[in-house]
Design a binder for this molecule. Structure first.
Ligand code: FAD
Length: 684
């Protein structure tokens, strides 16, 4: 059959969490996009489950966090279990699962399949973008000489459309005795089947069509075995080979030789262990460790360090993947949790994986082809970070590609994907390395036992890790998009890969708790027009717009109101410069105002029109807010929370992804102009 030819602005390869987040941005920004996946269906159970507070904030900015919040299991406490002097496990500590006050959300768990469902529903409701399943790329060409040509389609791939039989992997052939819910076929212990699928398709006379597709941009979100990464000739660097299942050694609990092999069970447990509905880290004296993650629908996930009963110099048992069964994983858990009893009648899903941390030094080729998620970083799933960090990769990237395609920003912003996300990936790898070591190690018998892991060290790592694991600690470095002091770096080896710094530096002192490079935090504020309380972050939707947050201060003081009026007069031409004449004044840069004067003695119409623009539908009542007492939900004390001066106020620029780009005084209008000049395309 003659190949079809088509063109697309963005091609996304892989519809896991990273690919779906990328597609969601494209849908939101109206970008011509195709997303393909070699699998016939999305996943239905198992795999990732933990969602960080930051991820929930992001979901909320797209409008579907409430669905996750309702269906998920909320994790509030972590219990640490360790052996006592007699070697019997006992609860030694409790700590909050999410550090109180860092976000309006707390960490929750819900399986990956549901999360993918929410994305798919969003795409259906908001765009024509649909995941094309059973489609995988076969050949790849990239003309790098066209990379800087805005109109060019420098990427060409042929797509193979698989037939029904080819696109559903037969798990039973892959794992002897596997339950239908086993995740071994997608575990890092399984070989990649992309070549095999292509080979089968090429030999199948009934196989679907082949298509040649030209794309302006391509995002490889195709997982740990990434085909896209292979086409670019990039390698993951780090500890582990792709799959070494034939040489996994399960050994007894000698800390020097502890196996890096882990089992995962999603079960409805039958147990007398008292903390089974808490997140627990259980370290036994000699029988490994178990992490307990209470899940939705009565389920509990157990991450289990695999050990055998062989002791005292017993030979390591050599197993291959076909030897692994849920029963074998359960027996290891039973040993760790003894003398408590543990069994189950229902297993929803199980898998086994091997710990290893790897990262790709480069996340893009010529800022035309990008890699994201597991395609560029892999690590152990136990810290619950993989899915979160993968989605946040494309959350960082999606709006940048969309802005360039829409002609609102220069291509130079695309370099910040590497500089911002590579460092996060490296931090994640380091965190995971430390966390896995602490979790795998044998507990120290006493202070003299240097080979063992001290439980106070473990607790403190857990507490510190909680901040990292929440996702809110992400702090992007200096660049054209983040106007803070410092040299732009790519993070791979501390060098600059050609990222420009902003020609201005913001003034962090104007709002002590708003940090350039970090996400804009949230406090309760009231709408001036109708007195309704909002979390301020709820007003920062992920819709591709920049936000100027005007902390207007105490506008009941006439000189302060004069400052605001002057600001608006000077700001208006800057905003117009970047807004097409035919479009509303807030379509590229939206101003949200927060003042600190008493609500009841302030009138909406006393503010300059720029802050409450008029359209065919009347005045916009949803842009001016006040830091005041609400009728039913107390006082948000937002100025105090943000660390801003309640009399003088200040100005903050927030990027389309909610990260702070610049902050300064109300008079620093020229600086704002120069900040936007660094990357925005003039529209008139
Ligand atoms: P993936 O989710 O791997 O998605 C990649 C997608 O690309 C897949 O849909 C695949 O079918 C598709 N694809 C691959 N190759 C091609 C191709 N050539 N053409 C077209 N499509 C292709 N993380 C946690 O946070 N907690 C956990 O408990 C956890 N458990 C895990 C258990 C297992 C067995 C595995 C494999 C991972 C687990 N993870 C866990 C990690 C988490 O699932 C990943 O970090 C996350 O899914 C990464 O998202 P991604 O979109 O980058 O890649």
């Amino acid at each position: 059959m003659a190949p079809e030819h088509s063109k697309v602005d963005v091609l996304i390869v892989g519809a896991g969490p990273a690919g779906l987040m990328a597609a969601t941005w494209m849908a939101q920004c109206g970008i011509n996009t195709r997303i393909i996946d070699k699998r016939g269906t999305k996943i239905f159970s198992g795999q990732a489950d933990g969602l960080q507070c930051r991820t929930l904030e992001i979901f909320d900015s797209f409008g579907f966090a409430d669905r996750v919040w309702k269906e998920s299991n909320h994790m509030l406490e972590i219990c640490l279990w360790n052996p006592d002097e007699d070697g019997r496990i006992r609860r030694s500590d409790r700590i909050p699962d999410t550090i109180p006050g860092i976000s309006r959300f707390q960490q929750v768990v819900l399986h990956q399949g549901r999360i993918e469902r929410f994305f798919l529903d969003f795409l259906k409701e908001n765009s024509d973008i649909r995941v094309e399943r059973g489609v995988l790329p076969e050949t790849f060409k990239f003309d790098e000489f066209l990379a800087e040509d805005h109109e060019a389609y420098p990427i060409e791939v042929t797509l193979q459309h698989l037939s029904e039989e080819e696109l559903n992997p037969d798990q039973s052939q892959m794992t002897k005795g596997a339950a239908k819910s086993d995740g071994l076929f997608r575990s890092n212990m399984a070989a990649d089947d992309t070549d095999e699928l292509l080979d089968r398709a090429s030999k199948n006379g009934r196989a679907g069509t082949r298509e040649t597709l030209k794309a302006k941009y391509m995002i490889g979100c195709d997982g740990a075995h990434s085909w896209t990464r292979r086409q670019l000739g990039y390698q993951l660097e780090g500890e582990q080979t792709d799959f070494i299942w034939w040489d996994i050694r399960i050994i007894s609990g000698d800390s020097a030789n502890l196996s890096k092999f882990r089992g995962v069970l999603d079960i409805i447990p039958i147990t007398d262990f008292p903390d089974i509905r808490m997140r627990c880290a259980i370290h036994s004296a000699n029988s490994g460790s178990v992490m307990v993650i209470p899940r939705e629908n009565k389920l509990v996930r157990l991450y289990i360090q695999m050990t055998t009963t062989e002791k005292g110099g017993g030979k390591p048992l050599k197993v291959d993947r076909s030897n692994i069964t849920p029963q074998m994983i359960l027996e290891c858990a039973q040993k760790t949790i003894a003398p408590y009893k543990l069994t189950y009648n229902y297993c929803d899903w199980w898998t086994a994986y091997q710990i290893g941390q790897r990262i790709c030094p480069s996340f893009s080729a010529n800022e035309r082809i990008f890699l994201a998620g597991d395609a560029v970083h892999t690590h152990s799933p136990k810290a619950g970070q993989g899915m979160n960090v993968s989605m946040q990769d494309t959350y960082n990237l999606g709006w940048k590609i969309a802005s360039v395609l829409k002609g609102t920003a220069h291509r130079s912003i695309l370099k910040t994907y590497q500089s911002e996300r590579h460092r996060i990936a490296q931090d994640l790898i380091d965190f995971d390395h430390k966390f896995s070591r602490l979790f795998s190690g044998r507990p120290a018998k006493d202070v003299m036992d240097e080979a063992g892991i001290s439980m106070s060290e473990f607790k403190s790592a857990f507490e510190k890790g909680n901040l990292f694991a929440s996702g809110v600690a992400v702090d992007y470095g200096a660049s054209i998009l983040v106007a803070k002091e410092g040299n732009p770096q790519d993070g791979a080896n501390g060098t600059n890969i050609g990222i420009s710094a902003s020609s201005v530096h913001g003034k962090p002192e104007v709002a002590k708790n708003i940090k350039m490079g970090m996400r804009f935090p949230s406090f309760q504020v009231l709408n001036q027009a109708d007195a309704r309380p909002w979390q301020f972050q709820e007003r920062l939707k992920s819709d591709g717009r920049w936000r100027l947050i005007l902390f207007a201060g105490n506008i009941s003081n006439p000189p302060q109101m004069t400052r605001i009026t002057n600001l608006c007069a000077n700001l208006s031409p800057i905003i117009k410069r970047y807004t097409p004449a035919a479009q509303p004044i807030d379509s590229r840069i939206e101003i949200l105002t927060l003042h600190s004067a008493p609500r009841a003695s302030t009138e909406l119409f006393s503010f300059p029109e720029l802050l409450r623009p008029l359209s065919d539908e009347g005045w916009d009542y949803w842009k001016i807010f006040v830091d005041d007492e609400s009728y039913h939900e107390g006082h948000g004390r937002a100025y105090e929370g943000y660390g801003a001066d309640a009399e003088r106020g200040c100005l903050v620029v927030v990027r389309p992804d909610g990260y702070v780009g610049w902050e300064g005084e109300i008079e620093d209008i020229e600086d704002i102009g120069r900040y936007f000049e660094g990357f925005m395309v003039v529209q008139r």
